[in-house]
Structures are given as C-alpha cells and as structure tokens.
Design a protein around this ligand. Sequence first.
Ligand SMILES: *Cc1c(COP(=O)(O)O)cnc(C)c1O
Length: 424
Amino acid sequence: MNNSQTLFNRAQKVTPGGVNSPVRAFKAVGGNPPFIKSAKGCMLMDVDGKEYIDYIGSWGPMILGHSHPEITQALKNAVDNGTSFGAPSQPEVELAEDIVKRVESIEMVRFVNSGTEATMSAIRLARAATGRDIIVKFAGGYHGHADSFLIQAGSGVATFASPDSPGVTKGSAKDTRIAQYNDLDSVQSLFDAEGDQVAAIIVEPVPGNMGVMPPVHGFLEGLERICHTHQSLLIFDEVMSGFRVHPAGAQGRYDMMPDLTTFGKVIGGGLPVGAYGGRKDLMEMISPSGPVYQAGTLSGNPLAMTAGLETLKRLDDSVYHLLEERSSQLSTGLLEVLKKTGVQGTVQRVGSMLTLFFHAGPVMNFEDVKTADHDKFSRFFKGMLEKGVHLPPSGYEAWFVSAAHDETVINRTLVIAEEVLKSL
Ligand SMILES: *Cc1c(COP(=O)(O)O)cnc(C)c1O
C-alpha cells in the first residue's frame, strides 16, 4: 500500500468519505485520490513522490500557479505581523478598493470566508431589498451548499445523482425555482407565473460547475431585462469566473451590470475568502450601516486579504493575454487529438476555464451534460492520472489553466491525452 492509500484509509475513519469536500473522494471516477504534499507552478507532488501536471488549480484560485515566489514572500511577511486581529486592518481596505476599481457594477464590497457565505449573504440582501422570498437559479448551477441552493444543484451533488440533499427543509425548497441555462423561455415562464414574488435570479454568468458552457448571445442580457421588468435583482455568482475570465470578471467580458455579485476563489489567492458586492444603496443595507445582519469572526483576515491582494495586483492585461493563449493551445490541441483518435468529444472554453465533454456538442445546459459519456470520462481521467496529469475528477467540472502552464507542459499534456484516448 502506498502512502496515499494509507492516508486515505486513516482519513476515512475520522472524516466522512475521507475528504473535506466531496468531489475530492473520486466517487465519480473511481479509485483513490493521491494525497498532495506540495505544489509548485503548474505541478503537484503527492506523498509518494509522484508528480502531476495540475488542471484543478485548487478549483480556480491558483491562477498564477502554486507557490508563486512573491506571493509566498508577502504571506510570510504578513504572518510576522500576526495572523488575525478581530479588528479592522489595512489589507481589507486595499482589496476592497481594488475590486471596486476593477468592476464597474460594484461600489461596495463585504468580505466573508467562502463562496458559500457570499451567495448565502447576497440572497439574504436581495430578499431584504425587495421584500420578496423567491429566488430563481439554473439547473446544474452551483452556488455553494446553503439550503436554498441545494435544489437540483450541480457539481458534487449531480455527481452523486441526487437532485436534493436530505436535511434541506421543505420550507427552504419552496422558495427556490429552477430554470434551464441558456433558455430564456424557461425563465420567462417562471416570471409569468410569479414574477412579482421573485427577489432575484442568481446565475453563474459562465457556468463552470456543470462543465464550462458559454452563455449564448443575448441570454445574460435577457435575464437583465426580465429582472428589470419585474423589479427583481440580478445576482452574478462570479465565485469561479470572477477575475478568471477577464480583468473585471465575466461581467467585464460580456459588458453586463448585475445588481449584486459574489466572488471567491481567485480573490483569495488560495486562502479562504469570499465576497459580495454591488450598488451602494443595496450594500448599505448590510449591518452595521443597515439592518441586514451578516458577520464573520475571521472575515477580512489579514493573511487571506494579503494573498488576494498580491494575486489581483499581478493580474494585468498581459497575464490574461497569456492565459488566453495557453488555454487556446490546450483546447485546440485537445480537439485535434480527439479528431485524430476518432473519439467523439467536444471542448468548450471561456478564457482559462475549459471542459472536454465526451459529447457531440454543443453542450448548452445541464440536460445536455447529463447525456455526455461519463463512463468514458472516468476511463480517460484514470489514464491521464496514471500518466501524470491531474484533471478534475468528474465530467461535470471545469479544468483550470494557470499562468504557470507553459507551452511545453501543454504539449506534454496533449501527447499524453492522445495516448490515453487511443487506449479507451
Ligand atoms: C466554488 C463556488 C461556490 C462555493 O464556494 P466555496 O468557497 O466552495 O464555498 C459558489 N459559487 C460558485 C460559482 C462556485 O464556483
């Protein structure tokens, strides 16, 4: 038994499923997960000394690569100043200013500790601001694990083929409506029925938690129009897409102005951070300037803020240009090897997020993803892992390219992908 297996056995005795987030357990693809000892650039090293090219990137945060030397140094310096104060500090102000400067729709922002907290707080605010209860989300869209969202959720839950989670009360479920992504009619009919009771639509503007699917032309604008007509709020959940697909997030890429936005992942630079923000009149309803309660012992933590600041600071146009080039090299290369090996598949990409679906394509929504060949994905995943490429362990996930993935590493990935596809 190798060290990863030993650790996984130990973990399973003391932690549910041996992991602290379900997808890590490899249930969707089978096998045991390697336990990671260290990471550098685009590489992971496991506890048995095996190296992998990493396309998980901690599910998005590691956009500049792992253990970036300057960010690591900044964190070391921050540690010397104390790790948590429970009182305000300068880095919180600087990161907030940076976000407000980059994103036109955001005048004020509040930091929390995870994407889940951000979306949960954003819908509380939307409900308070509108005096309405219903929220509309999309099938397969993932907004963290708060009760209101665990209604036909994607990602881990979809992987386990359980549309609901036990423990979510009927009361929470009754205020959530599900529409189909990229299908404005499905949204319109919900609003025709009860538009005057809808507090908000929450949407991943570029879904990544059911695999990457670009919004069709006019879809996001249509959501905005429907929200305006019914005085509902539009919430962009940019926990994944924020500062990943454009210097101002998906809303910058598609030139949109949502009422509220949630962030996470990249803005924490690999430390636990979430945030929600938007127009001043809405954000001023949050405690202590307004009545909507929301708090956090470790919110705005100086280490987490430092990691976020140091990451955002380096995300300039040249980095996004580089990410675009490298990601395009990977997606076009994958399409070529699919063609060469005669395996049916499609690659969908927005910026440095992409998914290879074993599906003829296009994959427009959750119904389409379900019809992809997920058994084939498991075999592909295992083959890739064996040969040293660590993909996300489910066909419902996005792959992440970082600025540390160079041409050589991507070419090596493509050579390995060709070998594995041939053997499927
Ligand atoms: C990851 C993610 C979340 C949840 O964030 P956590 O930090 O895991 O709680 C919410 N929404 C989207 C779009 C995400 O990708």
